[in-house]
Design a protein around this ligand. Structure first.
Ligand code: ADP
Ligand code: MG
Length: 699
């Protein structure tokens, strides 16, 4: 079967191509202005024309309903479907869709987390059409990307702050670029390409594991004899069932206008990756949310389940989402491209130093943008980046920065030495970076790859924070350098600035092995924060310096930041509570009874054997061992239950989350170790849930 990709691509998306052919010229122009310059749509008549056109187009694609599609603080997407149906004379029906219905919706918002921003009694929430992302048709409905705000205008979603941060970044960066004579640029957009890791397992296995069903990860399970020891899964050839899944997935993504580009097997058994071509942060966020949904749905068609949890299986790698980030201008420059000439380099190096300063000063924000109960199992666990934020630049850039710091006219790398010109900075080749897989924030030639983000995360938050941090630093640099704009000593002043920034913030750069225990010590010596878990980093959301930049660029007001912090902490506690309860339930209803049954069987056997004078040493040994393990298992169940109750009684959101982390999670670990030990001593046929090797080597 061959697929005509260009023909199929975006066939379900109301993109610019469709707008251009379907909308009256003046309406198209008005809409385009809105999309590009964030100008509000002129009037309701224009909105009516757009709505009617989208409706006709959607109906041709099988849509009967429309939905405002938004991204509340739950972290997933939300939708409520309304039919286009409207009464016509004589008991008949017509299909209608007004500009008003396109532009604004009012879902009953009382059940979405708001962190106290919205009392349930005044649960009015509004969705407002975001014309900067495309509408699309899926499963019989027209999906309209929207933002979600409260009656009082406070943001209740993940998209609004992203759009705000993009707007602020554009304004700031345009002004900054003028310093370098980059006058034609009128708009700067942050871009993102999110590489998505995932696991695929057989649905039959999944259905037998309550932990996977309720929590997305395995809470029990002894390590199999073979994990990822041989590195034989990474980039391995695709087994037929996986290949069929990936082909199907590609098609579905293409139809939705997602440029799915790369697919391969990942490091852990049963782990894979999909990477799309990057796009604007706004569209990229919508598309990543959509991609995750499609991945899960397509899996079911193949009798598979797609696991997006950060750590579905102990002992093998978990899944992340490499957030490739850059900025591009409306005239096509990638601002993280070093360029070919020294003058480009000067602009690039200044942006680079702004990033170095920003990442150092706001490492706490970067860390917490990737914090969740799931991702806590991953960060710092010898696989993903460590929980310590640092930057990797590569040998060549390092050498250039060193030369700036030393006022040196030459920069050296191992193989070569380069001259630095008199009045400008060096010209250096592109793609001069080597690879470093362990760094949380790595320069990869023309972008930064932020690798901390969890596989199930909505990528809006990390991108909001990145954009805001860069905004702050670029605006500071602009303030300092603007007086020298166009003057003879501009270059010299830039160098002076970069030198002082490097002196102060060089500690954030680390090119070594981020997984090594030495790095933890070294980072501590450098004074870099090491926030091991969600409960450690989350309180810093509301640190004064952070609130200050959020307010300065109008990303969040103080209430909105506090709300976000609380929502994250509450979600953390709830997640651990559900996991702990699931463990208790599985232990009481499945694992302990199975263990005791088997001990009984052994004991019955021993009684019979003794009657006829047969030796039963082995039977006794196994029975004794399992009986003892069952005792401690039972005790740990009781204890964990007790701990959950204690946790529920802890007052204060932060304190409660800490209790879940310090006490409940620790008790869960103890219980798991006992259960896994029992599993290793039980016959497979008697163990009530599928073992790791059955799950991860089954597809
Ligand atoms: P690697 O193996 O180096 O991580 P991949 O091909 O798996 O590379 O993924 C690279 C990702 O980076 C892709 O999603 C790609 O589109 C994205 N990317 C490339 N250039 C940019 C850019 N300027 N801004 C944002 N993302 C980018
Ligand atoms: Mg990659």
């Amino acid at each position: 079967m061959s697929v005509n990709i260009p023909e199929m691509f975006a066939c379900n998306v109301f993109n610019e191509e469709v707008m251009k052919t379907r909308l009256p010229k003046n309406v198209y122009k008005a809409l385009k202005r809105t999309m590009q310059n964030n100008e509000p749509l002129a009037d309701m008549e224009t909105a009516d024309v757009v709505a009617n056109t989208i409706k006709d187009w959607a109906i041709e694609r099988g849509a009967t309903h429309y939905t405002h599609w938004f991204q509340p603080m739950t972290g997933s997407t939300a939708e409520k479907h309304d039919c286009f149906i409207s009464p016509a004379p004589n008991g008949m029906a017509i299909m209608e869709f007004s500009g008003k219905a396109l532009v604004k919706g009012e879902p009953d918002a009382s059940s979405f987390p708001s962190g106290g921003l919205r009392r349930t009694s005044t649960a009015r929430g509004y969705t407002a059409w975001d014309p900067t992302s495309y509408c699309f048709v899926k499963e019989g409905s027209l999906y309209i990307p929207t933002v979600f705000v409260s009656y009082t205008g406070e943001v209740l979603d993940k998209k609004t702050p992203l759009l705000r941060s993009m707007q602020a970044l554009s304004k700031t960066a345009v002004r900054f670029l003028k310093l370098f004579g980059n006058d034609r640029v009128t708009r700067v957009t942050s871009t993102v390409g999110a590489e998505q890791e995932y696991f695929l397992i057989d649905k039959k296995m999944y259905d037998q594991r309550e932990d996977l069903i309720l929590t997305g990860r395995t809470l029990f399970g002894a390590k199999p004899p073979k994990g990822q020891d041989l590195d034989d899964q990474y980039f391995a050839n695709l087994r037929p069932r996986i290949a069929a899944y990936m082909a199907d997935l590609d098609e579905e993504l293409w139809k939705l206008g997602i440029y799915s580009k790369t697919k391969h097997n990942e490091v852990a058994p049963a782990q894979h990756e999909m990477a799309p071509i990057f796009t604007t942060s706004n569209l990229g966020t919508d598309q990543n949310e959509l991609a995750m949904e499609v991945m899960e749905k397509v899996a079911l068609k193949h009798g598979l389940v797609c696991l997006l949890h950060e750590k579905p299986f102990e002992g093998v790698n978990g899944s992340g989402k490499h957030n490739n980030w850059s900025m591009s201008t409306n005239d096509g420059q990638n601002l993280l491209d070093p360029g070919d000439t020294p003058m480009d380099n000067l602009q690039f190096l200044t942006i680079l130093c702004a990033l170095i300063k920003g990442v150092d000063e706001y490492a706490d924000l970067m860390r917490l943008s990737a914090a969740s109960a799931g991702n806590d199992h991953r960060l710092g666990a010898d696989e993903a980046p460590p929980a310590i934020v640092s930057m990797f630049l590569g040998e060549e850039l390092e050498a250039v920065l060193q030369a700036i710091e030393d006022d040196s006219a030459v920069y050296k790398t191992e193989a070569r030495a380069f001259k630095i010109g008199v009045d400008a900075l060096p010209s250096f080749p592109k793609d001069s970076t080597d690879r470093n897989r362990t760094s949380p924030f790595a320069f990869t030639g023309n972008r930064f790859e932020f690798r901390m983000v969890g596989s199930s995360d909505n990528i809006a938050c990390p991108n909001v924070l990145l954009n805001t941090i860069v905004c702050e630093e670029l605006s500071q640099f602009t303030e300092i350098l603007e007086p020298y704009k166009g003057k003879d000593n501009f270059d010299a002043e830039v160098r002076k600035l970069l030198k002082s920034v490097l002196k102060e913030h060089r500690r954030i750069i680390f090119n070594g092995d981020g997984y090594s225990p030495e790095w933890v010590k070294e980072a501590e010596r450098r004074g870099l924060p090491n926030y091991v878990s969600t409960v450690d980093c989350m309180p810093h959301y509301t640190d004064e310096k952070n609130i200050k930049i959020f307010r300065k660029f109008e990303i969040y007001n103080q209430n909105e930041v506090t709300a976000r912090k609380e929502i994250h902490l509450e979600k953390y506690s709830k997640t651990i509570r559900i996991e702990a309860r699931t463990m208790v339930e599985m232990a009481r209803k499945q694992l302990l009874p199975a263990t005791m049954d088997y001990v009984h069987t052994l004991c019955d056997g021993i009684a019979v054997k003794e009657k006829i004078d047969l030796g039963c040493n082995t039977d006794r040994k196994i029975a004794k061992k399992l009986n003892e393990l069952a005792d401690s298992f039972y005790d740990s169940i009781e204890r964990l239950e007790q701990r959950i109750n204690e946790a529920n009684a802890v007052e204060g959101i932060q304190k409660q989350a800490e209790f879940f982390h310090d006490v409940v999670l620790a008790e869960m670990d103890i219980m798991r170790n006992i259960a896994d030990e029992i599993e290793l001593n039980m016959p497979s046929a008697k163990w009530p849930i599928p073992a790791y090797s059955e799950i991860i080597y089954n597809v």
